[in-house]
Design a protein around this ligand. Sequence first.
Ligand SMILES: *Cc1c(COP(=O)(O)O)cnc(C)c1O
Length: 343
Amino acid sequence: MPINLVSDTVTRPTPAMLEHMLRAPVGDDVFGEDPSVNALQEQAAALFGHEAALFCPSGTMTNQIAIKTHTRPLDELICDEYSHVYQYETGGYSFNSGVAVNLIRGQHGKITADQVAAAIKPLYDWLPKSRLVVLENTCNKGGGSYYTLPEIEPIRQLCRERGLALHLDGARLFNALVETGERTEAVGAQFDSISICLSKGLGAPVGSLLIGPRDFIAEARRFRKVMGGGMRQAGILAAAGSYALQHHIDRLRVDNDRARTVGKLLAELPYVATVRPVRSNIVIFDLVAPHTATSFIERLAERGVLASPFGPQTVRLVFHLDISEAMQQKVMEILENMELETA
Ligand SMILES: *Cc1c(COP(=O)(O)O)cnc(C)c1O
């Protein structure tokens, strides 16, 4: 089996998680009658101090539903140019919601209140209406960078003053929280809605949660249905999510530490031009010419390590639940030996 660092989405359910899934009571969630889905939704809402939550098949769906619920056609959403909602959701903001996107060039995927203030459009008939700000924490394309609460608070304040909604794409939020030590309730208080992924580093096979006020989630539920996301005995999947929230948050530290260690090593290797600051479980680095990401990744794969290209000379490694200490050592060895061959 190759060592798969392509993404933290590749994790498989652990035996204990599978046990938990097998025992899950189920019902029809389209009727709101699946006890395991209901339990997960209540657990997630309580975790962030919000009233309600909605279990969805993917993080793309929770983000798309959030955009749809917060906006009307001819509105615009403001986000960093690296944002998942802009880069990797097939342009769904326009397809599903008929909104424009107003991109900010932040730092490693992070934007400031001043940048948002400058981006908000005045109210003219000929301009889209600035309606929603989306922050991503941690930021995938930003190399796993994260916001701290003092960085979010001024953006929250600004959105409140200017009547904009604030959504958090928290696909990997817990990778940030194990670093900052910040509490989920404190994060919850800063956002009108939050999306978290259960299927990334938390290790569940499927699923994301959209969290927010009760009336917002009631509306979101209608959009989930029209997008085809109403699932029936989804409790088996929700049980995996509940298990992950109970057992797999603290250990994300280990993934972050492993990424940092590999980042340090890479920074010293002659074939590496730059390593983006490693803040959580993602390592993004640029190769020196003439190496290309494609050939480097091919050669890594021949040695049993899978990685993903993130640009012509850019490579991404993601650490997760299925990477053991021994695999980590092996990866370090392989990366060091690549140095010898290319020196
Ligand atoms: C993975 C991810 C999502 C959602 O992904 P799905 O594959 O649709 O579950 C959303 N935002 C970010 C930042 C992500 O990394």
